[in-house]
Design a binder for this molecule. Structure first.
Ligand code: NAD
Length: 401
């Protein structure tokens, strides 16, 4: 095993953060979760809940200790608002690495109202900036691993493979000389949420250049699946599964809709192509990122953390074939091209030994182990997407139920 590290997991109560915390603890690292439980409060606000019965943080941590013998620490801190407390725990516990999941991550929720737009901007940009500022203030050499999104690239790339963060360009100087350069791949965010992730990239570039902070930015695809090796050990460790119109990500939403006999709702033509990764591969990629930090004077390391791309329409057909569920086409609440291709480079993780779980092998297990098992907990009124990107759009609600 690699050297045991002290790791802070910001947002460690969330969908990606919880299984990552358990996996790294299982690997022998010393984990502290920092989370203000805002995601659970948003569940209360939306009157929606995880399809799976997630337990309070205290029960989660006590169960993990009982099963593994490992303690995971926990601080309830709002990292966007409570800078001094954040700095204090960093100074006291001196982490080797910080993994940053702690942002409002739903594009539809970020577009719901002016209040939601402003909350998402304040929360996400301040959270990222406070972590960077506190790392510099602490004087410690902490490796920051951030969860970004493939969505910052926008979804139209003129048939080119999206590189891992940096684009090779050639410019002509005043004297007519051709000069080659690498620049951050220009962002093209499609929602307020994606816009905050684009801003994060500039914060990383700046703090890396100015203060030599070591940063790995993982541009992640849409995560599907629910459990990992560790969360499967006991039902009290189960991971969250969002299916409501704001937080339910496309493939998990399809699986759940099919399992409860609700039409599989495709937005628009379903011609949009998206990048995907299974939650088990998410935790494995983060482990690889932690084990391979960039050097102190190296630029921000950017990985495309995805394993396959699919057209939404084809996914709906796949789920329908597996389950017999019917497909319903509804208006697209997003402002985006009806169809797009997406070609992505992900050589960096593959070169470090990632062996991806494919949709083909994992999908059916997910339907039976999770979606069907917990179907009785579903509130069908929470399934339709009600947030729209502009005021003149109507939410798309299927007629058949
Ligand atoms: P999540 O909402 O389930 O988890 C985020 C966690 O962060 C929650 O537990 C929340 O309470 C906490 N949090 C938010 N703001 C905070 C603050 N100010 N202070 C302290 N804690 C705070 O989201 P997730 O699906 O686990 O996503 C984690 C990260 O991965 C996000 O940054 C997201 O953008 C990125 N990502 C997720 C996906 C996906 O499909 N889920 C895809 C690409 C990227």
């Amino acid at each position: 095993m690699n050297k045991k590290k002290k790791i802070f997991v910001m947002g460690g109560d969330g969908f990606c953060g919880w299984p990552t915390s358990l996996h790294l603890s299982q690997e022998g690292h010393d984990i502290t979760i920092i989370d203000n439980l805002s995601r659970r409060n948003i569940d209360n606000e939306l009157e929606a809940a995880s399809l799976t019965p997630i337990q309070p943080m205290g029960t989660r941590l006590a169960t993990w200790k009982e099963l593994s013998g490992q303690s995971i620490g926990f601080h309830n801190i709002d990292i966007a608002e409570e800078y001094e407390r954040l700095l204090q725990v960093i100074m006291e516990e001196k982490p080797d690495a910080i993994i940053h999941f702690a942002e409002q991550r739903a594009a539809p929720y970020s577009m719901k109202s002016p209040k939601n737009k402003r909350y998402t901007v304040n929360n996400n940009i301040n959270a990222t900036h406070n972590i960077l500022c506190a790392i510099v203030e602490s004087g410690l050499d902490i490796h920051l691993v951030h969860l970004g999104t493939m969505g910052v690239y926008g979804y139209g790339t003129a048939g080119m493979k999206i590189p891992e963060g940096y684009l090779d360009i050639e410019v002509t100087s005043e004297s007519g000389e051709r000069i080659e350069q690498q620049i951050l791949y220009p962002t093209n965010p499609g929602s307020i949420y994606h816009m905050t992730k684009s801003q994060d990239q500039l914060l990383f570039q700046y703090y890396n250049k100015n203060d030599n902070v070591r940063i790995t930015d993982l541009h992640q695809g849409i995560v599907w699946g629910t459990n990992t090796k560790e969360t499967k050990l006991d039902e009290r460790l189960v991971n969250r599964f969002d299916y409501d119109g704001d937080y339910g990500t496309v493939l998990n939403r399809f699986l759940m809709q099919a399992a409860v006999g609700y039409p599989i709702t495709v937005h628009g033509t379903g011609g949009q192509t998206r990048a995907f990764i299974h939650i088990q591969d998410t935790v494995r990629c983060i482990q690889l990122a932690i084990e391979h930090p960039p050097k102190r004077d190296e630029r921000v390391m950017i990985f495309n953390q995805m394993t396959e791309t699919h057209r939404v329409n084809n996914l709906a057909k796949l789920v329908s074939e597996l389950t017999g569920g019917e497909i319903a086409y509804v208006d697209n609440p997003r402002k985006e091209a009806a169809e797009n291709d997406l070609h992505v480079k992900n050589d960096l993780f593959l070169s470090k030994g990632l062996d991806p779980i494919t949709l083909e092998e994992g999908l059916l297990r997910e339907v039976t182990d999770i979606a069907k098992k917990y179907a009785h907990r579903a509130d069908h009124t929470k399934i339709p997407a009600t947030s729209t990107w502009t005021k003149d759009q109507q939410p798309g609600i299927p007629t058949a139920q």
